[in-house]
Design a protein around this ligand. Sequence first.
Ligand SMILES: Cc1cc2nc3c(=O)[nH]c(=O)nc-3n(C[C@H](O)[C@H](O)[C@H](O)COP(=O)(O)OP(=O)(O)OC[C@H]3O[C@@H](n4cnc5c(N)ncnc54)[C@H](O)[C@@H]3O)c2cc1C
Length: 494
Amino acid sequence: MKTVSIVGAGVGGLTAAINLQRAGFAVTIYEQNDHAGGKMDIIEEDGFKFDTGPTIVMMPEIYQKPFVDAGVNPDDYFTMTRVEPIMDVYTQGKKLPLSSDLVTIAREFEPFGEGELHGFLNYLTDIYGKYTIAKKYFIYQSFRSPKDFYNPKTLWHAYQLKTFSSSFSAIQKNIQNTTLQYLLSFQTLYIGISPFSGPSIYNIIPMIELLYGVWFIKGGMYEYAKALTRLFEELGGKIVYQAQVDKIETANRHVTGLRINGSLEQSDAVVTNADFPYAMTDLLVASEADKGKYKQRKVDQLDYSMSCFLLYLGVDRQYQELNLHTIKMADDFAGNVAAIDQGQLPDDPSFYVYYPTALDDSFAPAGQSSLYVLVPVANLKENDDWDAQSTSAFAAKMIDKVAADLDLPDLAEHIVYQQVYTPKTFASRYNSRFGSVFGLKPTLRQSNYFRPHNKHSKIDNLYFAGASVHPGAGVPIVITSGELAAQEVIKDHS
Ligand SMILES: Cc1cc2nc3c(=O)[nH]c(=O)nc-3n(C[C@H](O)[C@H](O)[C@H](O)COP(=O)(O)OP(=O)(O)OC[C@H]3O[C@@H](n4cnc5c(N)ncnc54)[C@H](O)[C@@H]3O)c2cc1C
């Protein structure tokens, strides 16, 4: 039986592992932390529970796919329910419920003018068409050699995506009202890129949200990490926890083993789920020539996505007025995003609040609630000023701001538990380079064929799964990355 070692038990590592174990490989995951899931993580303290990373579930069929492919019923592993309206959005002085029901959307958009609804429908038609192309020819397709991309058919499909303008300008072409423009633009922040500079193809994110809906996993997102872990172990896979991989050793363009606590763990193939730029910088032992396209200088010059500041608050009361997801956009949203890109801490930050207590009473003691506040901030390459003083000052500012902007005036006096994550937490806990929580920034030059591939170009048995490699960040896309990495291993080793 051929063996595969995987570095990291994040969503990408777990899904690669499930696909490989199912295909007949003996798979061992080495995870530095004491549990699986990576950034799909959890805090359980003082009777409160917090999902610490992802919270918005889109594309439920992709969450189910590893289970369906393994011939089991996903419902036996986790339960999803649809969330409608999907969120409340505060923008331009208004609070708007955002629906994923087209009839409701029409009713909500039409008061802004028939032309605006017409423009929205044009926008949807355009981006849906591009999504069908991206899905078929790019997202679910791995690339190995230049001819996989530089051939007339694929180049034609790439041209059809017409992705040279920014997400925001593509919206502006169809919709004139600023409130509606903003309502459709903040979603690129889900993958850590500004709508004002990120490629227009990422308008597929709001499109997917509106056309396919948003879902909630009963018990919280971490239940999904547990479900993947259970499936992998039921298939016979092995996870070694508290096993930090120190080096990926190579000879003659071949991985010879993983150096862990001084010993060398050998296998036929290695998949690294640890963040690609970190793995290339800190783990891979190879000559610059053998590193191929991603030599150290290149890795240092890559663009890195935004990071996040997070507050996890246990509150000894509940707020009936809060729904599961709330977005508060800065009045000057463009200025807010530009400040982040320039490494500044915004004066008037946009923020997101996750309030699972609205749907699920397992997150807090009876009558109390669990609140998660996410603020997009610069990564550590742009700003690493997160010492104890600046962190607690920003936490205090955000508590006041959430209370004022969401009209929860007594919030501060009801906080009985508080935990803070800064970009430094993501760098130290998961080895995300520069604390970029969404991995490499999905610019045009770092998307699609131009994102690091799932197989190393020179080292013949080294593969990659995770947010910084193809197809990109976000749970469903990382699940796909795990599947693509597994397919690459299977191609070479079956
Ligand atoms: C705050 C936040 C909010 C988010 N919100 C959403 C959302 O709402 N919806 C959504 O779809 N996505 C969201 N995301 C993005 C999503 O969580 C990620 O894209 C995805 O979980 C990344 O998975 P991964 O497998 O690429 O990497 P990771 O989760 O980073 O996993 C990598 C694993 O490798 C391990 N590792 C690293 N180095 C080593 C080593 N040397 N030895 C052994 N193990 C190692 C790490 O410990 C980790 O377990 C969010 C992310 C964050 C942080």
